[in-house]
Design a binder for this molecule. Structure first.
Ligand code: GSF
Length: 203
């Protein structure tokens, strides 16, 4: 299997952590999706990473589809419950985390536009989503060891990727002070080898 990837993408990080937790091997093919000669679109028409190229040459995207597939490949460290309310709850945590990342990426991209073309209202709207999502995660996590209670799952990986991305791209958001439950969770997640090995490069 080959993963079209970027080392700074939080969605790619989620997939890499799932692979590491499940002890699955993959070749990383680093792509710059913003380069004019980037070939990702030949594999994923949306031109986005992550994109998984399977042994039979097929392509899977986006990160939610990829991690769901990966979880079926090995019984090692089941990360998504097989069905029912629990499965939906994990997927909902993931949707909340991914939606938060979407808002983050919009802000990063907006700030790369010429200042005169940036929309302060659009940026403020995204910051509002990030804050509301952090508050919801904090409350739902509560005193539990992990998002789903006692078991580590994809929900923790998805949330961990958000918190890591905030530290990486939004150091001005001091989320730990107002979100002690998330801070406690992230401290624990950050010691896992899969998280350590997928830290974004700080060049
Ligand atoms: C999001 C992937 C994405 O935005 C997923 O896989 O979960 N819902 C998708 N990838 C970005 C890189 S990043 O900011 O993580 C990407 O490849 N953008 C290129 C583009 O043309 O939008």
């Amino acid at each position: 299997m080959k993963l079209l990837a970027s080392l700074t993408s939080p969605f790619v990080r989620k997939v890499r952590i799932v692979m590491a937790e499940k002890k699955l091997d993959v070749d990383l093919q680093i792509e710059n999706v913003w380069a004019p000669d980037c070939k990702v679109q030949e594999t994923n028409p949306l031109g986005k990473v992550p994109c998984l190229v399977t042994e039979d040459g097929g392509a899977l995207f986006d990160s939610r589809v990829i991690v769901e597939y990966l979880d079926t490949l090995s019984p090692v460290s089941r990360l998504i419950p097989p069905g029912g309310r629990e499965r939906a709850a994990v997927k909902c945590w993931e949707a909340l985390a991914d939606g938060t990342l979407d808002a983050c990426v919009i802000i990063v991209k907006e700030f790369q536009r010429p200042p005169a073309q940036q929309s302060p209202e659009w940026i403020a709207r995204q910051y509002g989503k990030i804050q509301a999502a952090l508050n919801a995660m904090e409350t739902t996590l509560g005193e539990q060891a992990f998002c789903m209670g006692v078991n580590y799952s994809l929900a923790d990986i998805a949330v961990g990727c958000v918190l890591g991305y905030l530290d990486f791209r939004f150091p001005h958001i001091v989320w730990r002070d107002d979100h002690p439950n998330l801070a406690r969770l992230y401290k624990k997640l950050a010691t896992r080898q899969a998280f350590i090995d997928s830290e974004p490069p700080r060049a």
